[in-house]
Ligand binder design. Structure first.
Ligand SMILES: NC(=O)c1ccc[n+]([C@@H]2O[C@H](COP(=O)([O-])OP(=O)(O)OC[C@H]3O[C@@H](n4cnc5c(N)ncnc54)[C@H](OP(=O)(O)O)[C@@H]3O)[C@@H](O)[C@H]2O)c1
Length: 283
């Protein structure tokens, strides 16, 4: 029996990067996966599109459908869970992965920059969770996984690269800290309904195609780069286990459970929590 057989999962921000990898891994475990992004097919091949992500899963024999919504816009996200639920049935697992950053020094992030990040990184995941909870409660349980970031925490001193760190950890890190805190509160509220709420962040950095702003840090500090498969494996563990309220990092979770990291199609063991990636993020 596959780990996600019979499950219906919505992954936001699934057209590329970490969200797409998680969607592939969960689909390989038998889930019916609804992938969402702000648009279906306009990016071009460099970054990947939602349509390509859905096709990739289907070509591998998985069940996938797409739904679009610009999560920055409350009016577009207000019915996302109900639209997603029409495709394979009620959503029992919500993975809030979509996020955005404005790389501004903290002293220079404008109100518009901050509003953009709080809307997409904090208000959207909370709104989606609130839309999904009634049906999860009615069905006797569910999983909500929020993807956050190590930038939510104070970086260790001395900074490896103080200017870049300041850019990366500024207002963006504050939104992720807010989501971490909200996650724990929601987890406490919902545990009595068997709904497990978690936050998961890459232990360091995953060099997704869009993560150009951290590629230089990765080049100078290869030990900080982790393969996207690590996040997919950790997400699978949190969405199938009972880790109420755990706010954790990918490598830490894989290490603490003694788990193995698999390829995204689930067929090969690639290594354990110490698995390394090259500068492109590939194993
Ligand atoms: N990569 C890292 O090293 C790293 C480190 C720490 C935390 N994270 C977190 O991991 C998650 C994924 O990161 P990533 O590097 O994989 O990101 P990414 O490659 O930039 O992908 C972001 C995804 O979110 C979607 N998205 C962006 N804006 C959206 C909007 N307004 N409405 C709906 N969807 C939107 C994008 O699709 P469209 O543009 O087509 O809408 C895309 O599918 C994020 O929560 C990020 O904060 C990543």
């Amino acid at each position: 029996m596959q780990k996600c057989e019979g499950r219906t999962i919505l992954v936001t921000g699934a057209s590329r990067g970490i969200g797409r990898a998680i969607a592939r891994r969960l689909a390989a475990e038998g889930a019916s996966v609804v992938l969402s992004a702000s648009r279906s097919g306009v990016h071009g091949s460099l970054l990947g599109t939602l349509d390509e992500a859905v096709d990739e899963i289907r070509a591998a024999g998985g069940k996938a459908r797409a739904v679009t919504a610009d999560l920055c816009k409350p009016e577009e996200r207000s019915d996302l869970i109900s639209r997603a639920s029409e495709l394979f049935g009620p959503i029992d697992t919500l993975i809030n992965n979509a996020a955005g950053a404005r790389m501004k020094l903290p002293s220079q992030a404008t109100h518009e920059d901050r509003s953009f990040m709080y809307e997409l990184n904090v208000n959207a995941p909370i709104d989606l969770a609130q839309q999904a909870i009634p049906s999860m409660r009615a069905r006797g349980g569910g999983w909500i996984l929020n993807i956050t970031s190590a930038t939510a925490r104070q970086p260790a001193l001395p900074y490896r690269d103080s200017k870049t760190s300041a850019l990366v950890i500024g207002a963006y890190g504050a939104t992720k800290a807010a989501l971490d805190r909200y996650t724990v509160a929601l987890a406490h509220e919902l545990i009595e309904h068997e709904i497990f709420v978690n936050a998961l962040a890459p232990t360091s950095i995953v060099l997704t195609q869009a993560a150009e702003y951290v590629r230089d840090i990765g080049r100078r500090n290869p030990d900080m780069v982790e393969p996207v498969e690590m996040m997919a494996e950790a997400a699978l563990e949190l969405c199938t286990g009972r880790h109420a309220g755990l706010v954790t990092f990918s490598r830490d979770l894989v290490h603490s459970t003694g788990g193995k990291v698999h390829s995204l199609d689930g067929t090969r063991v690639l290594g354990d929590a110490f698995l390394k990636a090259d500068i492109e993020g590939k194993v």
